[in-house]
Design a protein around this ligand. Sequence first.
Ligand SMILES: *Cc1c(COP(=O)(O)O)cnc(C)c1O
Length: 387
Amino acid sequence: MTSVINLKPASPKKIDDIAFIDLVAQQKRIRPAIEKRLQAVLDHGRYIAGPEIDELEDLLSERTGAPTVISCASGTAALIIPLLARGVGRGDAVFLPAFTYNATANAVLLCGATPVFVDIDPNTFNIDPVDLDHRIAAVRAEGNLRPRAIIPVDLFGSPADYPAIHAIAKRDDLFILADGAQSFGGELSNTQVGALAPATGTSFFPGKALGAYGDAGAIFSMNSHDRERWASIRWHGTDDARKESVRVGFNGRMDSFQAGVLLEKLAIFDDELATRRQIAGVYNERLKSVTKPQSHIKGASSGYGYYSLRTTNRDQAVKKLKNMGVPTAIYYATPLHLMPAFADYAPVNGLPQTELVATEIFSLPMHPYLSDAQIDHICDSVLEICG
Ligand SMILES: *Cc1c(COP(=O)(O)O)cnc(C)c1O
């Protein structure tokens, strides 16, 4: 993912300088404020658990409506901690899409549980509730594993079908842990990502829509009683006094420098999000006649961590786009069940929609510092190549 992030200074007006994600222009905008934050950490010296951590957790709670927010070391930690806290482990089946980043499945396996891959809806690219239903029934019928949890992924920022997933989880008494690593800022029926599931993990990897200057993540809960256990697990499983281990945990903390950076990025996030959504609106309108842009479930607004679309001549198209100065990325060319690390968990008959979408998907530049001329050039290029 990092390789496509522009680290060179870019002149945002120039067409030949289009960045896939532009962290340089963003830094220019808020550099003095970030320097002040970093300076403050250098001055108080509380590199771990500094005041920035509490300030960030409070603001994230306020913004999302999730009563409990625990900052943590990464998006991966944000998935592992709630699973450990629930005791999800050996003998448990955890249902997740295979069309996601490897971290979603790694988190399940690191907890000792078994991933059960579910197919996607080919329009939203998110977990298909109908296939989810079938696979839960199949696991029950087989009788080897206990269905325990569902990890819907809000791919590219678009909220998964939570109404349908909630109904299934309620019926079967399953825990929902949302992987919102790409969807901070997304919403469904006026409820923010973070408050759409009992637990949600997000990532603040630099290339995500809200990114730190290093690794970081956060976990959101709709229950205040998760706080103590999650905070303990991220601090080596210790008690309140941080002396005795009362459960198994690990070093899952976010550091104060990252929280300082995130506070300044959060301050401009809504402004950036509005621009992302405007750009996505232009892409949708101009490109829908020649490609299939990601669609969203009713009432959903994407956070547009990425803007992704399908085209049948994908590999050729991305090559040509590159030659026209339009950088693209492919998330994901290989679904997880076809990767060596997860091949043992590949469904016998594969995942037809996932495998089809993987051959057609690509992502266009999506960041709030694209100029109108650049957006125009991107659309013209896609229309010419895919039309
Ligand atoms: C980025 C990402 C993660 C992992 O986040 P890290 O901060 O890199 O650990 C997990 N799931 C998805 C869907 C992601 O995109």
